[in-house]
Design a protein around this ligand. Structure first.
Ligand SMILES: Cc1ncc(COP(=O)(O)O)c(C=O)c1O
Length: 487
């Protein structure tokens, strides 16, 4: 199909996700036709540097399609599909073992699904059922002892827990459970009432905190907020606290010193399961296989998707510790959850090949040894009047845009609308750079290239961003000039 046929059929039939379709009434839908390394090409033959790795997902970049495709082809010939409902097959077993090997601590049990939202959904259901299963098992034990010893045991105290706690502005997916966990009001509101009951606590955005606040005070304030939320919900009803090692939405919020230790302590104190949502941070993005390792988070549950297969397959999953799994290994208890394509053999074969490539090419090590260079290159942008803050780590950064660097004043809603959607998204794309201008929190540019990016790509990202952000500032100044003249 030629470029204009594709364009017409896209307009007539394809429904783009999270996209104002009216925006394409008079403009062409961007159609990406191929990729190589960190670059993409559109249907008109124009090249782009993909500084977003698909959607924080194509960790090995676009250069391993042949090899990964061969693995998929081999698996198609051997066993194109079988299910994980009551059955195993070699690729799901091998992938579960490989992931358990890479994951830190006692994270040894893997439940596969098809993506990140399903992973978050599965984690919440798992946490809920973990407590119910513990209660049931305790009761079954008690009944046995009662029969043996002839005395009545007390009912176990906490048999059911269902609530979850996540953070403001955090994105955790779009299915109803995952959406309820989401901390982004604009995404939640159209679908209310959502799944009860989730509380949202403060995230680790430090940029707009009082200048005199120390890191220690900041951490203490965040932990107090979490503790208050737990107490307000009733600790005996809370099943799970779910947070990303570095929060993406809002702009790469890294944790302050002592934060994760404190979160872990609170979860231990109130016996709440801690889930690290590693849909983005897993598989090398932070220079470790898992962000949980980098920050010593010690989660009970991990969610993963995107980088597990470098987005070459629709596969995600939940990793649980032995302790979380334990009640499900007893009696008639089972995790009452399943998805037809969970652990799909072709998807699993692709993920296995992806991990093999990541190990062979030392991609995680590459991120670790280049993260400082990447940050230093991006930090040059802080000379621009519009660039307020650069946050992040590994190959995962956000640049916060401000109206006034001194006061850290942010843009109004109308200014954001013009700046991000009216100007930056279009101009960056025209200039050959794919990254994301996002205002789910304060306005930021998100930068998250394939993990094979090197200094050439770092320079190109900084140079295009520098040019386009300078143009945006000049336009804003012009606008302000005009407004002043009118006044
Ligand atoms: C942290 C996090 N969790 C969950 C999801 C949902 O993943 P998916 O889009 O694969 O459903 C995302 C997607 O970006 C994410 O960033």
């Amino acid at each position: 199909m030629n470029a204009s046929d594709l364009q017409q059929k896209a307009r007539d039939h394809l429904w783009l996700h999270f996209t104002r379709m009216s925006g394409y009434a008079d403009a062409d839908i961007p159609i990406i036709v191929r990729g190589d390394g960190c670059y993409l090409e559109d249907s008109n033959g124009k090249r782009y540097l993909d500084a977003l790795a698909g959607l924080f997902a194509v960790n090995v970049g676009y250069g391993f399609g042949d090899e990964i495709g061969q693995a998929a082809h081999d698996q198609m010939k051997e066993l194109p599909f079988y299910t994980n409902w009551s059955y195993a097959h070699p690729r799901a077993i091998e992938l579960a073992a490989e992931v358990a090997e890479l994951a830190p601590g006692e994270l040894n049990r893997v439940f596969f699904c098809s993506g990140g939202s399903e992973a978050v959904e599965s984690a919440w259901k798992l946490a809920r059922q973990h407590y119910a299963a513990r209660g049931e098992n305790t009761r079954a034990e008690a009944a046995k002892r009662m029969i043996a010893g002839g005395r009545i045991e007390e009912q176990p105290a906490h048999e059911r827990r269902w609530k979850a706690i996540s953070r403001n502005v955090a994105y955790h997916g779009t299915t109803m459970g995952a959406l309820s966990i989401n901390g982004i009001p604009a995404l939640r509101t159209p679908f209310e009432p959502l799944v009860p009951e989730v509380a949202h606590v403060r995230n680790t955005n430090r940029y707009h905190r009082p200048a005199e606040e120390t890191e220690e005070q900041f951490t203490a304030m965040l932990l107090e907020d979490l503790q208050n939320a737990i107490e307000a919900l009733g600790p005996e009803t809370v099943a799970m606290v779910i947070m990303e090692p570095v929060q993406n939405a809002g702009g790469a919020f890294t944790p302050p010193e002592g934060y994760w230790r404190g979160v872990r302590e609170l979860c231990d104190r109130y016996e709440i399961l801690l889930c690290a949502d590693e849909v983005i941070t897993g598989f090398g993005r932070l220079g470790h296989w898992f962000g949980s390792e980098r920050y010593d988070i010690r989660p009970d549950i991990v969610t993963m998707a995107k980088g597990l297969s470098s987005a070459h397959a629709a596969i995600g999953g939940v990793i649980a510790t032995d302790r979380v799994m334990e009640p499900f290994l007893q009696g008639s208890t089972m995790y009452s959850h399943g998805i037809t394509f969970g652990g799909h053999p072709v998807m699993a074969a692709i993920a296995l090949k992806n991990i093999e490539i990541m190990k062979r090419e030392r991609i995680v090590e590459h991120v670790k040894s280049n993260e400082d260079r990447f940050r230093d290159t991006l930090a040059q942008l802080l000379d621009l009047p519009i660039a307020g803050d650069l946050r992040g780590t590994g190959f995962f950064y956000a640049l916060e845009l401000v109206k006034d660097k001194e006061t850290r004043e942010t843009f109004s809603d109308e200014e954001c609308e013009w700046l991000l959607r009216g100007f930056l998204s279009k101009r960056l794309f025209e200039a050959g750079l794919i990254c994301r201008a996002d205002d789910r929190g304060d306005p930021v540019i998100q930068i998250s290239p394939p993990l094979v990016a090197g200094q050439d790509e770092f320079d190109k990202i900084a140079s295009i961003l520098g040019e386009v952000l300078s143009e945006a500032w000049a336009e804003l100044e012009k606008g302000r000039g005009k407004a002043l003249a009118k006044a």
